[in-house]
Design a protein around this ligand. Structure first.
Ligand SMILES: [Mg+2]
Length: 286
C-alpha cells in the first residue's frame, strides 16, 4: 500500500480541544446549506465494510491467471478502494472488473459484483439495523457522537441539511430512519441508484448551487471520504473532514485524517462533540 507522508497538525481552533484548522483563509458567516456524507460521518451501521469488500476482491483477483501473491493484491485493492470511497459502490466494482481483465481473467458484470458484496455486507450489518428498529440498540450507539446536536443546531440557524451517500438509496433512507435522523435532512436524502450515471455527490452539489444561486462559502460539507471533500473544495465550499474512529467512537483516526487533509479538507474534527464551538466559529459569531 502506498505510504503517505504524515500531515502536520493544523492550528487548533481557540476554545476547542480537537478541531484543527488547515486553511486560514476561509470565508466565515455565510453558510446556508450543509451536505453530509452518511457512512462513517453520520452512521456507524456499516462500520467494517472495508473488511468485507477488500477480502472479497482479493479472492476474486487471486483466481485470475496472472495473479500476484495475496499480500500484493491486498495492497492494490486497498489503494483503489480507498481512493474511490465516497463514490457509489459500483465504481469500486468497475475497477475490480478492470483489474480482473488486467490479470488475464474474464470479469463478471460489475453489478453482479456489487450484489455479491452487498449480500456479504448485509450478513454483517443486518442485526444492527434490526436492533435499531426493535429498540434493542439505541441510535446513539451507532451514530457519530454529536451528530444529532449538530444537525439540530444547523437547522435552528435556518441552514438546510442534505444527506448524500454512495450507498444505494433505499438502504440510506431505511438506515437514516432507523437512526431517527431522517427528518433532520430537510434538503433531502440521496443515494446511489442502479443507473449509476444518474447520481453523484457532484450532481447534488451542482443542483444545490444552481437551485439556490449559491456562492462557494454558503455550502459546508461534512465527510470522511475523498469524494465529498474534493467536490466541495472544487466549488469553493467549506470542507470539514470527519476523521472519526469508527470503532472506539473517540478521538481521531490518523489514517483517515491524513487522507482527508490530502484531499483538501479545510478543517478536521474527530466527531461532532464540539459542534457548538465549530458552528459559532463557522457562522462568525465572535
Ligand atoms: Mg463515508
Amino acid at each position: 500500500m502506498t505510504a503517505l507522508p504524515q500531515q502536520p497538525p493544523g492550528r487548533l481552533l481557540a476554545g476547542a480541544e480537537q478541531i484543527e484548522i488547515h486553511t486560514e483563509s476561509l470565508v466565515r458567516g455565510r453558510v446556508r446549506f450543509a451536505l453530509f456524507d452518511f457512512d462513517g460521518t453520520v452512521s456507524l451501521i456499516r462500520t467494517g465494510w472495508q473488511d468485507v469488500m477488500i477480502p472479497m476482491m482479493v479472492d476474486i483477483l487471486a483466481a485470475t491467471p496472472k495473479a500476484e501473491d495475496r499480500e500484493t493484491l491486498d495492497g492494490v485493492v486497498r489503494d483503489y478502494v480507498d481512493t474511490l470511497t465516497g463514490k457509489q459502490t459500483i465504481y469500486q466494482m468497475l475497477r475490480l472488473a478492470d483489474e480482473v481483465r488486467r490479470r488475464g481473467g474474464t470479469p463478471r458484470d460489475p453489478l453482479d459484483y456489487k450484489h455479491q458484496y452487498l449480500d456479504l455486507l448485509w450478513d454483517k450489518v443486518r442485526h444492527r439495523v434490526a436492533g435499531l428498529k426493535d429498540g434493542r440498540i439505541a441510535p446513539d450507539e451507532l451514530l457519530v457522537p454529536g451528530c444529532v446536536a449538530l444537525l439540530e443546531n444547523l437547522r435552528a440557524r435556518g441552514i438546510t441539511c442534505y444527506l448524500a451517500s454512495g450507498t444505494d438509496e433505499p438502504y440510506v433512507i431505511d438506515e437514516a430512519r432507523a437512526l431517527r435522523v431522517d427528518e433532520c435532512f430537510d434538503g433531502g436524502i440521496y443515494g446511489a441508484l442502479d443507473d449509476y450515471r444518474k447520481f453523484s455527490k457532484q450532481m447534488i452539489i451542482d443542483r444545490i448551487f444552481a437551485e439556490h444561486g449559491l456562492g462557494g462559502p454558503e455550502l459546508v460539507a461534512f465527510g470522511d471520504g475523498y469524494v465529498e471533500i474534493e467536490n466541495t473544495v472544487a466549488v469553493g465550499g467549506i470542507a470539514i473532514g470527519a476523521a472519526t474512529d469508527e470503532v472506539t467512537r473517540c478521538g481521531v483516526n490518523a489514517w483517515k485524517r491524513n487522507r482527508l487533509i490530502l484531499a483538501g479538507a479545510h478543517m478536521i474534527v474527530p466527531d461532532f462533540r464540539e459542534q457548538t464551538r465549530l458552528l459559532s466559529w463557522l457562522c462568525a459569531e465572535e
